[in-house]
Design a protein around this ligand. Structure first.
Ligand code: ADP
Ligand code: MG
Length: 394
């Protein structure tokens, strides 16, 4: 199965419906991070070079009860207008009238942006009537919303199905994400090191098990490391442990052993006597005494992890090594980004918090690929066929 690409379609003069992921953080009407908008530009520009009949659609956040003005895509429309040097017309009400009727009222130098898809209950319900209102009358359906491709929502799933397979395709961001992540799951250059961290083993178990099929080393940090250490019989004080998930850890160790994957656990920590930003950082080597909790990996672990990372040809990282949001406990996480920046090979980062961490580190530009899809990239790496991607296959 192969992806149908936007370049495979003859778009000249045609009417195009484009699903984007313009779900950017907005505070008091100001966009905080434009990454998702700039990543959408290559596809938008490609289309506009061939046709002016374009409707763009995206969700924004998780609006409740039909949404409020704070959930409006209006600031995104204004930004797009500036970047595209065209008038971007935001249509708030397109569920009663079909979007194509609205598009037909526009002039040549105007493009259409639909208001937040999630203002309509039909979006998350994958409602077919709503899907008809979205895409009826269009010649082509392009999906470039990788970050939403794991959700079978109307604009991703039901709407795509209303056009025949030869009329739908993947945009450039979708292609870039799929290429980068596919290389991680199939045939990564060895040594391949996976770095897992973050909050819970139970959240990441499927990704870990799938990546154990191809990796040579797995470095475990973050809160999840304490469940691993506890399983090994090492005292972890009051660190966060998923006591009821020991069976998962056992499965991971068993699979790692049979696949000859080396699992590396932290040997020292930065601890605190309470879960608070203001708590003093106390270095601990080996077992953690009662009353202390591990909030970051220590300097010896940082060195050992960096050594493995620097010798790798492929590195995938998901999950911070500590509470990186607090400066005192962020060094471990930053040291991973720094070591990855030195790798002569492929480096891929996925996961919402990991992506903010790599941006915070200042080494983002040194990575081969930083995924724009948090949940979507992890589900992809679990080996799942994501519903939005499945519909873009030839
Ligand atoms: P991602 O979003 O990249 O997949 P997660 O959501 O799994 O990552 O985990 C990120 C969260 O884990 C962060 O908010 C971080 O503060 C927290 N975390 C990391 N290490 C620890 C720890 N030792 N104790 C408590 N929380 C931790
Ligand atoms: Mg997260």
């Amino acid at each position: 199965m192969q992806l149908r690409k936007i370049e495979d379609l003859e778009l000249t003069g045609k009417k195009v419906f484009l699903r984007l992921d313009l779900n950017v953080p907005i505070k008091n009407g100001k966009i905080q991070d434009e990454t998702r908008i700039s990543e959408a530009l290559p596809t938008i520009k490609y289309i506009l070079e061939r046709t002016s009949r374009l409707t763009m659609a995206s969700h924004l956040g998780r609006p409740q009860n039909g949404g409020s003005p704070a959930d409006s895509l209006e600031p995104v429309g204004a930004k797009l207008s500036e970047l595209l040097e065209r008038e971007v017309v935001l249509f708030p009400d397109y569920a009663t009238e079909s979007t194509i009727q609205l598009l037909n009222t526009l002039s040549k130098n105007q493009v259409m942006l639909l208001e937040n898809l999630r203002f309509n209950p039909g979006e998350e319900a994958n409602n077919v009537e709503f899907a008809h209102a979205l895409v009826d009358g269009y010649d082509f359906y392009i999906n470039d919303a990788f970050g939403t491709s794991h959700r079978a929502h109307a604009s991703v799933s039901a709407a795509a199905e209303l056009l025949s397979a030869d009329r739908r395709a993947a945009g450039y961001l979708m292609q870039k994400e799929i290429t980068a992540l596919s290389e991680i799951v199939s045939r990564p250059a060895a040594p391949f090191t996976v770095i897992m961290g973050g909050s819970k083993v139970s959240d990441k178990i499927s990704v870990i098990l799938n990546l154990l099929n191809t990796c040579n080393h797995m470095l475990i940090g973050g809160a999840m490391a304490y469940t691993f250490l506890k399983f090994k019989g090492i005292d972890v004080g009051s660190s966060r442990v998923e006591a009821d998930k020991m069976d998962l850890v056992e499965t991971i160790f068993r699979n790692a052993e049979s696949r000859k994957v080396q699992i590396h656990l932290p040997v020292d920590h930065l601890c605190a006597n309470e879960f608070a930003e203001t708590a003093a950082a106390i270095p601990v080597s080996g077992a953690i005494p009662a009353g202390l909790m591990g909030l970051d990996i220590g300097p010896e672990t940082q060195k050992a992890f960096a050594r493995v990372i620097r010798e790798s040809k492929t590195v995938f990282w998901n999950g911070p090594m500590g509470v990186f949001e607090w400066p005192k406990f962020s060094k471990g996480t930053m040291s991973i980004a720094e070591a990855m920046a030195d790798v002569r090979g492929k480096t891929v980062v996925g996961g919402g918090d990991s992506v903010s961490a790599v941006h915070q580190s200042g080494f983002a530009s040194k990575m081969t690929h930083i995924s724009t899809g948090g949940g979507a990239s992890l589900e992809f790496l679990e080996g799942k066929v994501l519903p939005g991607i499945k519909l873009l296959m030839k």
